[in-house]
Every structure is written in C-alpha cells, then in structure tokens.
Design a binder for this molecule. Structure first.
Ligand code: ACO
Length: 460
C-alpha cells in the first residue's frame, strides 16, 4: 500500500488517513481558532483521481475566514469575536459595519470619519430617479434594488483610474451609504411621492426612517426606541458566515468582477424564500393563519406532511440546531417596539402560539427545527411601518457590511483562486447527433435524470 502525506496544517501534525482504490493517503487536518476541524482535500483529485460530493455543501468549507464565528449546536454567533448580543445591546449598525469590514472596533476619531464619509456619499445621482420611475409598478423591490446596484457602477467610470485600495474603499462607502437611500427612493416612487433627501444631522438609521416616512403633509417624528430597534435589526443581519448569498458574493467576486456586480448577485440570492425572502413569507403565512381563524395546527400538520411541499416559514436553519440567538433578541425587540408604539399586532400572539405548539411537536423536536431570525423580524418591521414587500430589502441593507467584508477577505487572500466546483456527471454517455428528418415522437428519448433522494419532502 502506498502512503503519501500531503502536508500538515500550520503547526499541527494531525492527519486524516484515506484509503481509496487500494491507495492510502494522509490528508492534513486544519484546526480553526475555536477548535473546528476540517480535512484539507485540496490535493485529493491530484493524488487519487477522486473528488468529494456534498449536495448542498453541508460538510464543505469553501474558505477559511476570520470574520464571523457561529456554533449551530450551541447557538453562538460572534462578529470578529464579539458576541452578537453585546453588539445588539451596545453598538450601532455603523460601528458594527466598521468592525466587520476592518476587523476591529473603531476609536472615536475613526468612527467619526467613517460616519462623515457615509453622510457625504448618501445622495444618489438624480438621473437614477428615471430608472426607478420606469420600472413596471408590479416589480418586486428586491429586483429593482439588485439591478440598481449594478447600475450604480455606470455612474463611476473614473474608478478604472483609481488605485485598487482607493477604488475598493470608495465603492464600499458608496454602497453602504447609497443602498439605504436607493431603498427609500424606490419606496417613495412606488407610492407616487417625491423622494426625500438624506439629512446630515441624522444618524444612519434615523436618516433611513426619515427618508422612508417623512412627508410634506405629515412630518416624521424620530423616535429613539424605533431607531434603536432598526439599529439592532440591522446589526443582527450584518453577517452570518458562508450562507447562500454570501457564498454567491464570494463566488461571483472570485471571477474578479467589480464589487457592485458581486453585491448585486448576492442580493438576487438573498431574495429567495428559503433565504432572506423568508421574512416576507413568515408574515404572509401568519396572515393566512389569522384569516383562517387563528388556528395554527392545520399549518403545522401541512409542514409535517411528507407529500406537501409546505414548510413552516421562519423555522429551521442549515447550521442552527438550537434556537437562533438572533431570533431571541428579535422576539424581545417586537415587545419593546409594540410597547413604545402603545399598540398590538395581532400577528404576534399567533406567532408565539405557533412557536409554542411547534416546539412541543415531535416532528420539530426530531428535526431540530427552531425559530430562525426571520420568524419575528417581520413583526418588528411591520411595527416600524415597513411594507411587507420591502422586508427582504431591509435584510439586504443589514447584510451589506458582511457581504463587503467577505468579498474583501476573499479578494485579498494570497491563496485566492477562481471558485470553480466540480461535478459527477450522470447524463447520457456519448451518442450520435440525429438529423431532424430522422427524429420521431416515438423515438424521442427522455433525458437521463438523477434519482431523487428518497423519503424526503418535495421541495417547496
Ligand atoms: N418546516 C417543515 N419541515 C422542515 C422545515 C420547515 N421550516 N425546515 C426543514 N424541514 C425538514 C425538511 O422537510 C427535512 O425533512 P426530512 O429530512 O424528513 O425530509 C429536514 O427538515 C431537513 O431539511 P433540509 O431542507 O435538508 O434542511 P436545510 O438545512 O437544507 O434547510 C432551510 C434549511 C432551507 C432554512 C429550511 O429549514 C427551510 O426551508 N426553512 C423555512 C424557510 C426559512 O425560514 N428560511 C430562512 C432561513 S434563515 C436565513 O436564511 C436568513
């Protein structure tokens, strides 16, 4: 038996032994700072001719990263080492964005300079209004915003002449500042109202609420509790390591496209109802339960039915097998905001009862399905006055610092490579082209499809 060692992780001697097709090789084991282990298979194909197959990437690390740590079993989430609960309590979204992108908390002077830059770049080009105005009325705001982010690039042709660092810093600032303005402009235009300009005297979050809701006939009154709730909402969404949209940003970015295009691609991924689109779907589901009389049990029964693609929205997570730490904080904010507004939301008791019933149910217990961040976030957003179809836009604004930090980390990695997964081909083997005149209905051959994974619920 041939044994070949293919290197070890820095300072570590742990090796995984793999025997395949009569050949034994040693694969280095990489250990993260929190003790997580990975078998480095970078040279597997070269040494054995085999690749690994991991549908949905549940066991595959696509990178090493120093940005966010999460432990799905223990319900831990930290940005640059700091627990998200501490940031939610003490930080602001702008400070958290700085932390994610730069790797450490800013000192006063740095935070001040960062805030001034965000203020200075908060206007969008007046010509952009025409883009917004000409979208068909029924367009989903996520579609508008993701294409607007790509369009933003066209307004800055001078970028080509700037150095890489200047270029990246300027683009990051513009995106962080303008995405929030563009979201508010699209809302105002969708209502047939004149967009509201950003104000230099307002903080990042207060400015957004003012641009959304201020009107010449009804001035918007800034409320500190609501501003704090929005800060917390955005902090909780600011990064989540290699989730679907972030992986898209890193993958698209690996082709060395500009940052605008990579972020736009991430936004498209986030739009999906199994990802960031879930917050909208949760509220729609709760409204359906309300319309059906408030009884959640038939919905729970459908979620458990193997033949029904319906899933309980806002429940379950690829990584968290316990309560999502963000969901706990989000649930508390619901109460804070509703108390401040001295109002009730009939969807909150429905959501709480749904959670209680589901968490006692064996199906949800066995499948480790707990509320995720989206379960209560819609109720917070409704209370702030955000329309349901803009919920995922709110998520996108929050996730932007994380996308930027992850893009930058990948971009600056000396070990950077174009992301290019492989596959196992299961289609037809070689066959001849048949001229049209010789093809018949009876002879039409169906394509060869991969066998479905047995016993699973159909995809929603
Ligand atoms: N309701 C009912 N059953 C569920 C749910 C749910 N919400 N989530 C997972 N399951 C079941 C699946 O049917 C499957 O059951 P089976 O093994 O008996 O066939 C099992 O749990 C595992 O499901 P997967 O799809 O393999 O789990 P995965 O880790 O890929 O899914 C996901 C994670 C997509 C988030 C899933 O839990 C889901 O669809 N949840 C609802 C949508 C949602 O809330 N998305 C937001 C996630 S958080 C975020 O992206 C911000």
């Amino acid at each position: 038996m041939e044994q070949e060692k293919i290197g070890t992780a820095q300072g570590k001697e742990e090796t995984a032994i793999l025997t395949v097709n009569g050949k034994t090789i040693g694969l280095p084991v990489i250990t993260g700072t929190e003790g997580e282990k990975a078998i480095d298979i970078s040279r597997l194909r070269q040494l054995t001719g085999y690749i690994t197959l991991d549908l949905g990437y549940g066991n595959t690390g696509s990178c090493t990263s120093a940005i966010t740590f999460m432990d799905g079993e223990k319900g831990i989430l930290r940005y640059r080492g700091i627990p998200v609960g501490q940031l939610a309590e003490h930080s602001t979204f702008v400070e958290t964005a700085y932390l994610l992108i730069n790797g450490r908390l800013p000192i006063q002077r740095e935070l001040q300079a960062f805030s001034v830059m965000l203020n200075d770049h908060s206007l969008v080009h007046e010509d952009m209004k025409f883009f917004f105005q000409n979208y068909p009325r029924a367009t989903h705001p996520m579609g508008i915003l993701s294409s607007m982010v790509t369009a933003l690039r066209s307004f800055y042709p001078e970028l080509e002449t700037l150095s890489h660092t200047e270029n990246v810093n300027m683009t990051m600032t513009r995106l962080l500042s303008k995405l929030r303005t563009m979201a508010a402009v699209s809302y105002k235009i969708s209502r047939g109202h004149t967009p509201e300009y950003p104000r230099p005297d307002l903080s990042y979050c207060a400015n957004f609420l003012n641009m959304m809701f201020n009107s010449p006939v009804k001035p918007y009154v800034i409320d500190d509790v609501l501003v704090k709730a929005l800060n917390t909402f955005w902090i909780l969404h600011a990064d989540h390591e290699q989730n679907c949209s972030t992986s898209v940003v890193r993958m698209v970015g690996s082709a060395r496209v500009n940052l605008y295009a990579a972020i736009s691609a991430g936004m498209a991924a986030l739009w999906g109802p199994l990802h960031g689109g879930a917050n909208q779907k949760v509220v729609e589901m709760l409204e359906k339960i309300q319309a059906a009389g408030g009884d959640a049990k038939p919905f729970i029964a459908r979620a458990k039915d193997k033949n029904d693609p319906f899933r309980l929205m806002g429940f379950g997570h690829r990584v968290y097998k316990t309560y999502d730490p963000r969901a706990k904080i989000m649930k508390n904010i619901c109460h804070d905001v509703l108390a401040r507004l001295k109002t009730d939301d009939p969807l909150l008791p429905i959501a709480m009862e749904l959670e209680e019933t589901a968490r006692k149910d064996l199906y949800f217990i066995d499948h480790n399905l707990y509320p995720n961040v989206d379960f209560y976030s819609g109720i917070v957003l409704r209370a702030l006055g955000i329309p349901t179809n803009m919920f995922t836009v709110m998520f996108a604004i929050g996730r932007l610092p994380g996308w930027i930090a992850q893009w930058k980390e990948d971009h600056d990695d000396p070990g950077w490579r174009l992301h290019r997964p492989r596959q196992i081909y299961v289609g037809n083997t070689v066959r001849d082209y048949v001229p049209m005149s010789q093809r018949t209905e009876a002879g039409a051959e169906p394509g060869k499809a991969a066998a479905p994974r047995s016993g699973r619920k159909p995809a929603p």
